[in-house]
Design a protein around this ligand. Structure first.
Ligand SMILES: [Fe+2]
Ligand SMILES: [Fe+2]
Length: 251
């Protein structure tokens, strides 16, 4: 059984959805796919992804990204309710949202939100970052949202497993981003991730961690853990994304 990774399909772009629908119907039927968030804020488009992928892979693991938790186009309710709605949808599709044991391997989702542990946002981000307009966190600040999600992480007992893999939507450590990066992109650092995820990775003893959100494909070893980003990204992001689903391990 092979383990594949994809994230940030952003199927509001029709070409991204068409790419998913064009995947082989026979090549992956014994395989596992981890989807590390950012399918779409539209629930019908999330369903379109699940329809396409659940028929192609034997097992799927999904955890939401920030775009999936936008509520502005879904009518009522808070982003916490949207999170619950997505959990229920996954359950209906037979898509897993908790720790997944496969043989001697364990794959663990780590929920999170950015909490400015990577820096305080400047005026451009405070004015222009869409989550601030599209999410409804019932008046909570990002650090409080991060705390709420971190509290949902029921990290499993890893005794007896040879390998632990973990996955988050958000970036677990800032040094995964290039030090030499254009200043206008560095402005995004505060909303990329949280140190809380890195603490969970270390507590779990993960050998590999998968993440999305930055849309910057990476494969980097830091302090003994291999970090992989395989975000699909927006159609224009051809330089930073391989635009594929990546085979990351054999289980
Ligand atoms: Fe994304
Ligand atoms: Fe994201």
């Amino acid at each position: 059984m092979r383990l594949f990774l994809g994230s940030d399909f952003h199927v509001d772009y029709r070409e991204n959805l068409d790419w998913l629908r064009g995947l082989s119907r026979s090549d992956f039927t014994d395989d596992v796919l981890v989807i590390a968030g950012d399918l779409s804020d539209e629930i019908d488009l999330v369903k379109a992804c699940f329809d396409a992928l659940s028929t192609r892979y034997r097992r799927l693991l999904f955890l939401p990204g920030n775009h999936d938790l936008w509520t502005s186009r879904s009518g009522r309710g808070s982003s916490f309710e949207k999170f619950e709605q997505l959990q229920t949808l996954c359950h209906d599709y037979g898509i897993e949202t908790g720790s997944m044991a496969i043989g001697s391997s364990l794959i663990v989702p780590i929920l999170g939100w950015y909490d400015y542990s990577f820096g305080e946002p400047g005026p451009t981000i405070r004015r222009g970052w869409m989550d601030f307009y599209k999410c409804n966190w019932e008046g909570l600040q990002p650090a409080q949202v991060a705390e709420r999600f971190d509290a949902l992480n029921m990290l499993p007992d890893t005794v007896g497993f040879d390998r632990v893999y973990s996955v988050s939507h958000f970036v677990p450590r800032l040094d995964l981003m290039p030090a030499r990066y254009p200043e206008k992109h560095k402005a995004l650092f505060p909303v990329l991730g949280t140190d809380r995820i890195e603490a969970r990775i270390r507590a779990l003893g993960s050998s590999m961690h998968f993440y999305g959100h930055s849309h910057l494909n990476r494969n980097k070893v830091l302090d003994g853990v291999t970090y992989i980003n395989n975000a699909f990204g927006y159609p224009s992001e051809t330089e930073i994304s391989a635009k594929t689903i990546l085979h990351v391990a054999d289980l």
